[in-house]
Design a protein around this ligand. Sequence first.
Ligand SMILES: Cc1ncc(COP(=O)(O)O)c(C=O)c1O
Length: 309
Amino acid sequence: MTASMPHVMNTYGRLPIALSHGQGCRVWDTEGRRYLDGLGGIAVNTLGHAHPKLVPALQEQIAKLIHCSNYYENPLQEALAARLCELSGLSAAFFCSTGLEANEGALKIARKYGHDKGISRPEIIVFEKAFHGRSIATLSATGNPKVQEGFGPLVEGFVRVPFNDAAAVREVAECNPNVVAVFLETIQGEGGINPARWDYLREVRQICDEQGWLLMLDEVQCGIGRTGQWFAHQWADIKPDVMPLAKGLGSGVPIGAIVVGEKAKTILGPGNHGTTLAAIRCRCAPASKPSTSCWPTTSWATQPVWAPT
Ligand SMILES: Cc1ncc(COP(=O)(O)O)c(C=O)c1O
């Protein structure tokens, strides 16, 4: 346990600095030292720090209503869902709070898709070196023994294959009738920066179509403009059926989403899935109000966000 934080569980290897504030791409520590923030909260602070539109939009919404239950309609949620659909070409969104939660929901969608088709033990193809989160199901889908060690028994129902190898996916298709989905990061992040080749993505899309599988692309880390397109798979000119998002979606406000296409839109119905805090209204405010939107209207590459020197 580190001496300076004795009451916080020691689950991170921390640097011996504490940040006090930030502005744009700069942060300052409690000793007054200034840094260029190259970490961005681990792919979170897409708009930088103290963004001049994000801060007032959040303040305004918090002062009005910080949270309301999912038992009510939430026009801000609908506006953000519509924006995500417009940007992705997909059809609907489910909101949650974190990346692993978005991925958990995606795994549930895949399993329910299988059950609806009469497959009682659905299986999902996952990848070597993948990272999908640290809940029991998402760490089971993760392809890193270090993340899994000490947390067995792992969740079953995953078939692991090498990344960027379409023949390996085809091989599973030939011998495993229980497969219902392929689940991959468009760019593997935590496992090394390993982008899926565009031709590979196109072929996996084709295999999914041939087999009636869902293509589920984890864009929690590589999505929201980080590659110059809104979503990394757009470089390959394909669409997933299910796309979990989080991290940069809220630029620091904890929001995640599962964005789905027509094939996956109605798999989950009332009572199948839910989460209390996803309805928090301020989370939806910054990105969804056209008049105060903090997000650029085109890709981040063509319209840089605020970054003072
Ligand atoms: C690709 C990917 N998926 C999921 C996650 C988990 O996100 P969270 O830490 O918000 O649960 C991460 C986190 O690094 C990630 O990189």
